[in-house]
Ligand binder design. Structure first.
Ligand SMILES: [Zn+2]
Length: 98
């Protein structure tokens, strides 16, 4: 995970852990072009991260439409997901939902 910057020149695809770290910034448009490309490439085929990205996006949309009426449980679940992924690092190919 700490190699994020050092390996930038390779422009390899982001890992699940890396995506988890920058997903919110990515959706907010707050990452650089290279990071955006790497995340986008990962999301194209990683179902688990793709689902989380959709969930984040849905929450963002809801917030934009209705103020702060997203229930705290959902936010907490997402926060836990990000933390868990970051801690797992690359613990294998992920237990993607069937
Ligand atoms: Zn992933």
């Amino acid at each position: 995970m700490r190699n994020w910057i050092r390996r930038r020149r390779a422009e390899r695809e982001a890992t699940c852990a890396e995506v988890a770290q920058v997903l919110q910034s990515y959706l907010d448009g707050h990452v650089d072009d290279l990071t955006a490309r790497r995340v986008s490439r990962h999301l194209e085929h990683c179902r688990r991260c793709g689902l989380e990205a959709e969930t984040y996006q849905a929450i963002k949309d809801a917030l934009a439409r209705r103020g702060r009426e997203v229930d705290a449980q959902t936010l907490e679940r997402l926060r836990a997901f990000g933390t868990r992924l970051a801690e797992e690092g690359r613990a294998g190919e992920a237990d993607s939902p069937a």
